[in-house]
Design a protein around this ligand. Structure first.
Ligand code: NAD
Length: 321
Protein backbone atom coordinates (compact mmCIF):
# COMPACT_ATOMS: atom_id res chain seq x y z
CA UNK A 1 0.00 0.00 0.00
CA UNK A 2 1.41 3.41 -1.04
CA UNK A 3 0.13 6.26 1.10
CA UNK A 4 0.58 10.00 1.46
CA UNK A 5 0.52 11.74 4.83
CA UNK A 6 0.12 15.48 4.36
CA UNK A 7 1.23 17.47 7.40
CA UNK A 8 3.90 14.80 8.02
CA UNK A 9 6.16 17.41 9.57
CA UNK A 10 3.54 18.16 12.21
CA UNK A 11 2.68 16.56 15.51
CA UNK A 12 0.01 13.96 14.60
CA UNK A 13 1.28 13.52 11.03
CA UNK A 14 4.74 12.51 12.24
CA UNK A 15 3.31 9.95 14.69
CA UNK A 16 1.05 8.63 11.90
CA UNK A 17 4.00 8.24 9.50
CA UNK A 18 5.90 6.25 12.15
CA UNK A 19 2.93 3.95 12.63
CA UNK A 20 2.24 3.40 8.92
CA UNK A 21 5.92 2.66 8.19
CA UNK A 22 5.97 0.21 11.12
CA UNK A 23 2.97 -1.71 9.74
CA UNK A 24 4.58 -2.02 6.30
CA UNK A 25 3.12 0.80 4.17
CA UNK A 26 5.23 2.71 1.69
CA UNK A 27 4.85 6.27 2.99
CA UNK A 28 5.37 9.66 1.39
CA UNK A 29 5.28 12.63 3.74
CA UNK A 30 4.54 16.16 2.56
CA UNK A 31 4.77 19.37 4.55
CA UNK A 32 6.16 22.90 4.57
CA UNK A 33 8.70 21.69 7.13
CA UNK A 34 10.39 18.56 8.46
CA UNK A 35 9.39 17.20 11.89
CA UNK A 36 10.69 19.41 14.69
CA UNK A 37 12.21 16.91 17.11
CA UNK A 38 13.39 13.85 15.15
CA UNK A 39 13.84 12.83 11.49
CA UNK A 40 10.87 11.46 9.58
CA UNK A 41 11.00 7.71 8.81
CA UNK A 42 8.90 8.33 5.63
CA UNK A 43 10.29 6.60 2.53
CA UNK A 44 10.02 9.92 0.73
CA UNK A 45 9.54 13.37 2.25
CA UNK A 46 8.54 16.29 0.03
CA UNK A 47 8.88 19.86 1.23
CA UNK A 48 5.86 21.46 -0.42
CA UNK A 49 3.44 24.34 0.07
CA UNK A 50 0.11 22.55 -0.38
CA UNK A 51 -1.76 25.79 -0.98
CA UNK A 52 -0.65 25.38 -4.60
CA UNK A 53 -2.48 22.97 -6.96
CA UNK A 54 0.78 21.78 -8.54
CA UNK A 55 2.26 20.90 -5.15
CA UNK A 56 -0.87 18.88 -4.30
CA UNK A 57 -0.61 17.01 -7.61
CA UNK A 58 3.04 16.18 -6.91
CA UNK A 59 2.19 15.02 -3.39
CA UNK A 60 -0.60 12.61 -4.37
CA UNK A 61 1.09 11.19 -7.49
CA UNK A 62 1.10 7.38 -7.39
CA UNK A 63 -0.47 6.87 -3.96
CA UNK A 64 -3.63 4.89 -3.18
CA UNK A 65 -4.56 6.39 0.20
CA UNK A 66 -4.26 10.02 1.31
CA UNK A 67 -4.20 10.89 5.01
CA UNK A 68 -4.75 14.62 4.76
CA UNK A 69 -3.60 16.34 7.96
CA UNK A 70 -1.84 19.48 6.68
CA UNK A 71 -3.43 22.61 8.11
CA UNK A 72 -2.55 26.04 9.40
CA UNK A 73 -3.43 25.58 13.05
CA UNK A 74 -2.37 26.01 16.66
CA UNK A 75 -3.80 26.43 20.16
CA UNK A 76 -6.64 28.74 21.17
CA UNK A 77 -4.38 31.84 21.18
CA UNK A 78 -3.25 31.14 17.61
CA UNK A 79 -6.62 30.30 16.03
CA UNK A 80 -8.41 33.26 17.62
CA UNK A 81 -5.70 35.89 16.92
CA UNK A 82 -6.91 36.33 13.33
CA UNK A 83 -9.21 34.50 10.97
CA UNK A 84 -8.37 35.58 7.42
CA UNK A 85 -5.00 33.84 6.98
CA UNK A 86 -6.01 30.57 8.66
CA UNK A 87 -9.31 30.32 6.76
CA UNK A 88 -7.68 31.20 3.44
CA UNK A 89 -4.67 28.90 3.86
CA UNK A 90 -6.78 25.94 4.89
CA UNK A 91 -9.44 26.53 2.22
CA UNK A 92 -6.72 26.51 -0.45
CA UNK A 93 -4.98 23.40 0.97
CA UNK A 94 -8.19 21.40 1.32
CA UNK A 95 -9.72 22.31 -2.05
CA UNK A 96 -6.51 21.60 -3.97
CA UNK A 97 -5.80 18.34 -2.11
CA UNK A 98 -9.28 17.01 -2.92
CA UNK A 99 -9.05 18.04 -6.57
CA UNK A 100 -5.54 16.57 -6.97
CA UNK A 101 -6.80 13.31 -5.42
CA UNK A 102 -9.71 13.22 -7.86
CA UNK A 103 -7.48 13.89 -10.86
CA UNK A 104 -4.96 11.19 -9.95
CA UNK A 105 -7.56 8.56 -8.99
CA UNK A 106 -6.74 8.25 -5.28
CA UNK A 107 -8.73 5.36 -3.78
CA UNK A 108 -9.37 6.82 -0.32
CA UNK A 109 -8.99 10.26 1.22
CA UNK A 110 -9.17 10.90 4.97
CA UNK A 111 -9.69 14.44 6.23
CA UNK A 112 -8.85 15.47 9.80
CA UNK A 113 -11.62 17.79 10.91
CA UNK A 114 -12.03 19.20 14.40
CA UNK A 115 -14.37 19.53 17.37
CA UNK A 116 -14.23 23.26 16.51
CA UNK A 117 -17.00 22.58 13.96
CA UNK A 118 -19.60 22.19 16.75
CA UNK A 119 -22.01 25.06 17.47
CA UNK A 120 -20.81 27.60 20.04
CA UNK A 121 -24.35 27.70 21.52
CA UNK A 122 -24.02 24.08 22.74
CA UNK A 123 -20.76 24.77 24.58
CA UNK A 124 -21.57 27.62 26.97
CA UNK A 125 -21.39 25.60 30.21
CA UNK A 126 -18.51 23.67 31.80
CA UNK A 127 -21.07 20.93 32.48
CA UNK A 128 -21.05 20.18 28.83
CA UNK A 129 -23.47 18.59 26.43
CA UNK A 130 -21.65 15.64 24.82
CA UNK A 131 -21.41 16.52 21.15
CA UNK A 132 -23.02 13.98 18.82
CA UNK A 133 -21.98 14.19 15.19
CA UNK A 134 -25.40 15.39 13.94
CA UNK A 135 -25.25 18.41 16.30
CA UNK A 136 -22.84 20.22 13.93
CA UNK A 137 -25.88 21.39 11.96
CA UNK A 138 -27.53 23.94 12.08
CA UNK A 139 -24.06 25.42 12.06
CA UNK A 140 -22.50 27.95 14.41
CA UNK A 141 -18.86 26.82 14.49
CA UNK A 142 -15.80 28.66 15.75
CA UNK A 143 -14.95 31.56 13.47
CA UNK A 144 -12.23 31.03 10.88
CA UNK A 145 -10.62 27.68 11.66
CA UNK A 146 -13.84 25.86 12.69
CA UNK A 147 -16.01 27.25 9.89
CA UNK A 148 -13.42 26.29 7.28
CA UNK A 149 -13.19 22.74 8.72
CA UNK A 150 -16.97 22.41 8.48
CA UNK A 151 -16.93 23.59 4.87
CA UNK A 152 -14.09 21.17 4.06
CA UNK A 153 -16.16 18.31 5.52
CA UNK A 154 -18.91 19.27 3.06
CA UNK A 155 -16.38 19.45 0.24
CA UNK A 156 -15.36 15.86 1.07
CA UNK A 157 -19.02 14.86 0.90
CA UNK A 158 -19.50 16.66 -2.48
CA UNK A 159 -16.39 14.98 -3.97
CA UNK A 160 -17.70 11.62 -2.79
CA UNK A 161 -21.17 12.22 -4.25
CA UNK A 162 -20.19 13.94 -7.50
CA UNK A 163 -16.78 12.41 -8.28
CA UNK A 164 -16.87 9.07 -6.41
CA UNK A 165 -13.78 9.98 -4.38
CA UNK A 166 -14.08 7.75 -1.32
CA UNK A 167 -13.70 10.14 1.63
CA UNK A 168 -13.47 9.67 5.42
CA UNK A 169 -13.80 12.39 8.07
CA UNK A 170 -12.38 12.26 11.61
CA UNK A 171 -13.42 15.08 13.97
CA UNK A 172 -10.48 15.18 16.37
CA UNK A 173 -10.88 16.38 19.95
CA UNK A 174 -7.73 17.92 21.58
CA UNK A 175 -4.77 15.67 20.89
CA UNK A 176 -1.68 15.68 23.12
CA UNK A 177 1.49 13.67 23.65
CA UNK A 178 5.27 13.65 23.18
CA UNK A 179 6.84 15.30 20.11
CA UNK A 180 4.19 18.03 20.01
CA UNK A 181 4.98 21.74 19.89
CA UNK A 182 5.25 22.97 23.47
CA UNK A 183 6.08 26.67 23.05
CA UNK A 184 6.17 29.52 20.58
CA UNK A 185 2.42 30.24 20.34
CA UNK A 186 1.17 27.19 18.40
CA UNK A 187 1.16 24.81 21.39
CA UNK A 188 -2.07 23.44 22.89
CA UNK A 189 -3.15 23.57 26.53
CA UNK A 190 -1.68 20.20 27.71
CA UNK A 191 1.78 20.96 26.30
CA UNK A 192 1.68 24.57 27.53
CA UNK A 193 0.75 23.44 31.04
CA UNK A 194 3.46 20.74 31.10
CA UNK A 195 6.04 23.36 30.03
CA UNK A 196 4.84 25.93 32.58
CA UNK A 197 4.86 23.40 35.44
CA UNK A 198 8.32 22.10 34.49
CA UNK A 199 9.70 25.66 34.34
CA UNK A 200 7.91 26.76 37.56
CA UNK A 201 9.53 24.07 39.71
CA UNK A 202 8.46 23.22 43.25
CA UNK A 203 6.71 26.17 44.92
CA UNK A 204 6.44 28.14 41.65
CA UNK A 205 3.55 29.98 39.92
CA UNK A 206 1.77 28.55 36.88
CA UNK A 207 -0.20 30.87 34.61
CA UNK A 208 -3.58 29.45 33.54
CA UNK A 209 -5.61 31.10 30.78
CA UNK A 210 -9.12 32.20 31.85
CA UNK A 211 -10.48 31.04 35.19
CA UNK A 212 -9.40 27.48 34.39
CA UNK A 213 -12.92 26.09 34.81
CA UNK A 214 -13.35 25.58 31.05
CA UNK A 215 -13.60 21.85 30.32
CA UNK A 216 -12.36 19.65 27.49
CA UNK A 217 -11.62 16.02 26.75
CA UNK A 218 -8.08 15.13 25.65
CA UNK A 219 -6.94 12.25 23.46
CA UNK A 220 -3.48 10.70 23.66
CA UNK A 221 -1.68 10.79 20.31
CA UNK A 222 -1.25 6.99 20.05
CA UNK A 223 -5.04 6.61 20.32
CA UNK A 224 -5.50 9.34 17.72
CA UNK A 225 -3.22 7.55 15.23
CA UNK A 226 -4.97 4.22 15.82
CA UNK A 227 -8.38 5.87 15.41
CA UNK A 228 -7.39 7.62 12.18
CA UNK A 229 -6.21 4.34 10.65
CA UNK A 230 -9.34 2.50 11.83
CA UNK A 231 -11.58 5.19 10.34
CA UNK A 232 -9.66 5.04 7.06
CA UNK A 233 -10.20 1.25 6.96
CA UNK A 234 -13.91 1.44 7.84
CA UNK A 235 -16.72 1.81 5.31
CA UNK A 236 -18.25 4.78 7.13
CA UNK A 237 -18.05 7.99 5.11
CA UNK A 238 -19.74 10.54 7.38
CA UNK A 239 -18.03 12.62 10.08
CA UNK A 240 -16.99 10.65 13.18
CA UNK A 241 -15.91 12.03 16.53
CA UNK A 242 -12.42 10.88 17.51
CA UNK A 243 -11.79 11.79 21.13
CA UNK A 244 -12.33 10.56 24.67
CA UNK A 245 -15.41 11.11 26.81
CA UNK A 246 -13.21 11.87 29.86
CA UNK A 247 -13.88 15.59 30.39
CA UNK A 248 -11.86 17.68 32.84
CA UNK A 249 -11.20 21.36 33.54
CA UNK A 250 -7.92 23.11 32.77
CA UNK A 251 -7.50 23.65 36.53
CA UNK A 252 -7.83 19.89 37.10
CA UNK A 253 -5.36 19.17 34.34
CA UNK A 254 -2.87 21.62 35.86
CA UNK A 255 -3.20 19.86 39.22
CA UNK A 256 -2.61 16.46 37.59
CA UNK A 257 0.55 17.71 35.86
CA UNK A 258 1.82 19.27 39.11
CA UNK A 259 1.21 15.95 40.89
CA UNK A 260 3.11 14.07 38.17
CA UNK A 261 5.99 16.53 38.57
CA UNK A 262 5.82 16.20 42.35
CA UNK A 263 5.59 20.03 42.71
CA UNK A 264 3.39 22.23 44.88
CA UNK A 265 2.41 25.08 42.54
CA UNK A 266 0.14 28.15 42.69
CA UNK A 267 -2.19 28.68 39.77
CA UNK A 268 -2.34 32.30 38.56
CA UNK A 269 -5.37 32.90 36.37
CA UNK A 270 -5.11 35.40 33.53
CA UNK A 271 -8.70 36.18 32.50
CA UNK A 272 -7.52 38.49 29.72
CA UNK A 273 -6.30 35.43 27.76
CA UNK A 274 -8.63 33.50 25.40
CA UNK A 275 -10.15 30.33 26.84
CA UNK A 276 -12.37 29.20 23.96
CA UNK A 277 -15.76 27.62 24.55
CA UNK A 278 -16.77 26.93 28.15
CA UNK A 279 -17.26 23.18 27.91
CA UNK A 280 -16.68 20.58 25.20
CA UNK A 281 -16.73 16.80 25.25
CA UNK A 282 -16.83 14.04 22.67
CA UNK A 283 -19.82 11.69 22.38
CA UNK A 284 -18.61 8.33 21.13
CA UNK A 285 -21.78 6.25 20.59
CA UNK A 286 -21.44 6.36 16.81
CA UNK A 287 -17.67 5.76 16.96
CA UNK A 288 -18.19 2.70 19.18
CA UNK A 289 -20.92 1.40 16.89
CA UNK A 290 -18.88 1.86 13.69
CA UNK A 291 -15.43 0.80 14.93
CA UNK A 292 -16.19 -1.29 18.03
CA UNK A 293 -13.36 0.75 19.54
CA UNK A 294 -12.67 4.13 21.10
CA UNK A 295 -9.63 6.02 22.48
CA UNK A 296 -8.80 4.55 25.88
CA UNK A 297 -5.60 6.04 27.33
CA UNK A 298 -6.49 7.70 30.67
CA UNK A 299 -5.50 11.38 30.81
CA UNK A 300 -3.19 10.83 33.78
CA UNK A 301 -1.22 8.14 31.93
CA UNK A 302 -0.89 10.20 28.76
CA UNK A 303 0.19 13.26 30.72
CA UNK A 304 2.97 11.27 32.44
CA UNK A 305 4.54 10.54 29.02
CA UNK A 306 3.94 14.11 27.80
CA UNK A 307 5.29 15.84 30.90
CA UNK A 308 8.43 13.67 31.00
CA UNK A 309 9.15 14.32 27.35
CA UNK A 310 8.76 18.12 27.70
CA UNK A 311 10.78 18.17 30.94
CA UNK A 312 13.58 16.22 29.20
CA UNK A 313 13.51 18.64 26.25
CA UNK A 314 13.84 21.61 28.62
CA UNK A 315 16.69 19.87 30.43
CA UNK A 316 18.48 19.16 27.15
CA UNK A 317 18.14 22.85 26.29
CA UNK A 318 19.70 23.71 29.68
CA UNK A 319 16.61 25.63 30.80
CA UNK A 320 15.97 23.53 33.91
CA UNK A 321 18.22 21.24 35.91
P1 NAD B 1 0.47 20.55 13.36
O1 NAD B 1 0.39 22.06 13.24
O2 NAD B 1 1.51 19.98 14.23
O3 NAD B 1 0.58 19.89 11.91
C1 NAD B 1 0.04 20.48 10.76
C2 NAD B 1 1.12 20.49 9.72
O4 NAD B 1 0.58 21.07 8.51
C3 NAD B 1 2.34 21.34 10.12
O5 NAD B 1 3.52 20.57 10.12
C4 NAD B 1 2.38 22.42 9.06
O6 NAD B 1 3.70 22.80 8.67
C5 NAD B 1 1.64 21.77 7.91
N1 NAD B 1 1.18 22.79 6.97
C6 NAD B 1 0.54 23.96 7.27
N2 NAD B 1 0.37 24.66 6.16
C7 NAD B 1 0.89 23.93 5.13
C8 NAD B 1 1.02 24.14 3.75
N3 NAD B 1 0.59 25.27 3.17
N4 NAD B 1 1.61 23.19 3.00
C9 NAD B 1 2.09 22.06 3.57
N5 NAD B 1 1.99 21.79 4.89
C10 NAD B 1 1.40 22.73 5.66
O7 NAD B 1 -0.99 20.09 13.81
P2 NAD B 1 -1.49 18.66 14.34
O8 NAD B 1 -1.85 18.84 15.75
O9 NAD B 1 -0.54 17.60 13.94
O10 NAD B 1 -2.85 18.53 13.51
C11 NAD B 1 -2.99 17.70 12.37
C12 NAD B 1 -4.40 17.82 11.82
O11 NAD B 1 -5.35 17.49 12.84
C13 NAD B 1 -4.75 19.24 11.35
O12 NAD B 1 -5.57 19.15 10.21
C14 NAD B 1 -5.56 19.79 12.51
O13 NAD B 1 -6.45 20.81 12.09
C15 NAD B 1 -6.28 18.54 12.99
N6 NAD B 1 -6.70 18.64 14.41
C16 NAD B 1 -5.74 18.62 15.40
C17 NAD B 1 -6.16 18.71 16.71
C18 NAD B 1 -5.16 18.69 17.85
O14 NAD B 1 -5.58 18.75 19.02
N7 NAD B 1 -3.85 18.59 17.60
C19 NAD B 1 -7.52 18.85 17.03
C20 NAD B 1 -8.44 18.89 16.00
C21 NAD B 1 -8.02 18.76 14.69
Amino acid sequence: MRVLVSGAGGFIGHHLVKHLVAVGCWVRGADLKSPEYEPSPAHEFMLLDLRSPDSCLAAVQGVEHVYHLAADMGGIGYITAGHADIARNNALINAHMLEASRITGVKRFLFTSSACVYPIRLQSSPVNIPLVEAAAWPAEPEEGYGLEKLFAEKLCQYYREDHRLSTRIARLHNVYGPLGTYEGGKEKAPAAICRKVALAGDGGDVEVWGDGEQTRSFMYVADCVEGIVRIMQSDFTGPLNLGTEESLSINEMTDIVAAIAGYRISKKHDVSKPQGVRGRNSENSLLRRILGWEPHTPIREGLVHTFRWIRDELRRAGRIS
